[in-house]
Design a protein around this ligand. Structure first.
Ligand code: FES
Length: 174
């Protein structure tokens, strides 16, 4: 018995398009390009990273190269109503200095917390109504005048900070 072929048909799979694949086969097919969603995700990630690096860089530069012009800036320190008589609050300035604001019987005063002797940190003691430097047991009265310890011997009082009272606010030039 002899068979004769009148027509030979070759079937070649289409490798350029997966439109003939069913959905489960399409899901298995690896994507070769970047679709719109992927592009947006990458763009957002790159943009976010750029903003983060720029912000970090700005702070790093400011830390490495602080403002050394010596120009003083007006800064809000505290509200008078939140500062009862005999109480003090310590505020840090943008340049890293610390200012203690004290509500005395004679009004609001502000001082640098740096001890005029060797630069330790002075703090206010409510219970004793004076400033105290723990490094060499120096005592300063509420006006910043040195009363005991090396600063008193040397005649070095606390460094006063110029302030201005506006409404309920205490401002300083720091
Ligand atoms: Fe303050 Fe010496 S550093 S008393």
């Amino acid at each position: 018995m002899t068979w004769r072929l009148n027509r030979i048909q070759f079937c070649v799979p289409n490798t350029t398009s997966n439109s003939s694949l069913n959905p489960s086969e399409k899901a298995k097919t690896p994507k070769t390009g970047v679709d719109r969603r992927g592009f947006l995700a990458r763009a957002l990630a790159i943009g976010g990273a750029a903003v983060s690096y720029a912000t970090f860089g700005g702070f790093a530069l400011r830390f490495l190269y602080p403002d050394t012009t010596g120009e003083k800036r007006r800064m809000y320190l505290a509200s008078i109503s939140s500062l009862p008589k005999g109480k003090a609050v310590v505020v840090s300035t943008p340049s890293g200095k610390r200012v203690v604001v004290l509500n005395t019987a004679d009004g609001i005063r502000a001082f640098s917390t740096i001890c005029p002797h060797l630069g330790c940190q002075v703090h206010w003691e409510d219970e004793n109504n004076h400033f105290f430097c723990p490094c060499h047991s120096a005592v300063f009265d509420p006006t910043g005048k040195a009363m005991e310890g090396p600063p008193a011997s040397d005649g070095k009082d606390m460094l006063a900070v110029e302030i201005a009272l506006e409404g309920d606010g205490v401002f300083a030039w720091v």
